[in-house]
Design a protein around this ligand. Structure first.
Ligand SMILES: NC(=O)c1ccc[n+]([C@@H]2O[C@H](COP(=O)([O-])OP(=O)(O)OC[C@H]3O[C@@H](n4cnc5c(N)ncnc54)[C@H](O)[C@@H]3O)[C@@H](O)[C@H]2O)c1
Length: 439
């Protein structure tokens, strides 16, 4: 293929070298004449393992051309990768100066091009940038239309400095954000040889997931370091602790607990967080991230409350009361908290939970209802259908497939359903549907 790469920093220079190594004709474009001159003479513009040898090899092969002219690069290629820098402004916002200026030039260059061209943005871009800003700029400056005269995609880059050539050949996956199916053939041609799945999604999802990949890495490092600070204060080896934590691939290093939903609760997580934060306080150890976890959990609970209040409806039916599906444990259940807040505000509540049937409850939970939340116990019903018929807003707090299929069958236009559990069949619901953080 004939490919142009705009921006020859870490991402662009490595892409240029690897694409040329794969046999493609590649034109590198940068506004920095030093980088162009270095590459021209077969030298790498970035310090990276393997790059000096690779750059020398591909430049000698004659498959690499360099230019400062956007016009020339667009005219001579049919696919462009945009890898210009997107640093921080002093207020934290993303500085898009380089990508905006380049996109105007790309639009200008497309004006005089007859063949269909594909532009793949690889710079990290804040969600919505490609659709709301960059495609309109390209269309304005070219006088042409995305999806007809040219195609725009977003492909997040996952390479790590220091191992970027290795990462190019073995990425975790290839994610391609598309606005039409047409460019799929290009991704198949370029990346199907890599040992990684190609996943197609929409552009905004691809932009957003890149941010949260990096943020997750930052969060993991901070977690390990906060664990270490706490460990040091109690004379425990943090390496041994983290090694053991990472050995559990079932609950720890896995997709468990990684699904958007409602606040956490139950008999363990809140109390154990409180205990560790108390030890930190006692030992003068600062662990701001772990300290913020319960506060963030409360913000999430308040969001559910806010959505119910905003609906303006007063008769509420709860599906679920325990802290998660399949248990009768009510201790520190966020649904109990939510119910208490609503009762306090004067809402009429009916609650159905198949596992929390007062007549069947025994032991600690029976005692908990009778002594700690008797006012909630009295709102529990065993007549699920009646709850659905009489509630203006139904809050779905557990994901029981039988209960959800009855809910779908009986739902009516004037009703609102607040989903805290991500109901998969939501398009079959006849009521107004609100997800806690999704539509
Ligand atoms: N560095 C990484 O490890 C890494 C990994 C994944 C994603 N990213 C993202 O990739 C993007 C590039 O990162 P980087 O570290 O390679 O950046 P960089 O700052 O090293 O390089 C950017 C290059 O773009 C050039 N440039 C600026 N305006 C230009 C224009 N109009 N035309 C042509 N070239 C122009 C600059 O001269 C510079 O050489 C960023 O959005 C970054 O967030 C970086």
């Amino acid at each position: 293929m004939n490919i142009s790469v705009f921006g020859l920093g870490y991402v662009g220079a490595v892409s240029l070298a690897c694409l040329a190594k794969e046999g493609h004709q590649v034109i590198g474009v940068d506004i920095d004449s030093t980088k162009l001159a270095l590459l021209e003479s077969g030298k790498s513009p970035v310090i990276e393992a393997g790059m000096p040898e690779l750059v020398q090899e591909v430049v000698e092969s004659g498959r690499v051309k360099l230019t400062a002219s956007t016009q020339e690069a667009i005219a001579q290629t049919n696919l462009s990768f945009v890898c210009v820098g997107t640093p921080s402004q002093s207020n934290g916002n993303q500085d898009q100066t380089a990508v905006l200026r380049l996109t105007e030039q790309l639009g200008e260059a497309l004006k005089s091009k007859n063949d269909r061209h594909t532009i793949v943005f690889r710079s990290t871009l804040i969600p919505g940038t490609v659709i709301n800003t960059l495609i309109p700029i390209l269309e304005k400056y070219s006088g042409k239309a995305n999806g007809i005269d040219f195609d725009v995609c977003f492909q997040p880059e996952f390479l790590r400095e220091g191992t970027s050539i290795k990462d190019y050949y073995k990425p975790p996956f290839t994610v391609a954000g598309l606005s039409s199916d047409k460019p799929k053939a290009i991704f198949e041609q370029l990346f199907s040889g890599l040992p990684a799945e190609i996943i197609y999604t929409d552009i905004a999802t691809a932009e957003t997931m890149k941010y949260f990949c990096n943020i997750f890495h930052a969060l993991k490092i901070t977690f390990a370091n906060e664990v270490a600070r706490l460990c040091e204060s109690v004379q425990v080896d943090p390496h041994a602790v983290m090694d053991l934590i990472c050995k559990d691939k079932q609950l720890n290093i896995s997709s468990a607990y990684m699904k958007p939903g409602f606040s956490f609760g139950g008999s363990c997580l809140p109390k154990d967080l409180r205990a560790i934060n108390y030890i930190a306080k006692q030992n003068d150890v600062d662990i701001p991230m772990l300290k913020a976890v319960l506060a963030s959990n409360r913000v999430h609970l308040d969001l559910a409350l806010q959505k119910i209040v905003q609906s303006g409806l007063k008769k509420i039916g709860f599906i679920g009361l325990s802290f998660k599906t399949g248990t009768d444990d009510l201790r520190e259940s966020p649904l109990v908290d939510l119910a208490e807040k609503l009762i306090g505000k004067g809402y009429a509540l009916k609650i159905y939970d198949p596992e929390v049937n007062i007549s069947k409850l025994i032991g600690a939970n029976k005692n908990f209802i009778e002594t700690s939340i008797p006012h909630i116990g009295s709102l529990m019903t065993t007549d699920y259908e009646n709850l659905l018929q009489t509630s203006e807003i139904v809050v779905v707090g557990i994901s029981d497939s039988n209960l959800i299929s009855t809910l779908i069958k009986t739902s009516r236009n004037e009703q609102v359903i607040l989903d805290l559990v991500n109901i998969k069949e939501r398009d079959q619901i006849n009521a107004k549907y609100i997800g806690i953080c999704w539509q």
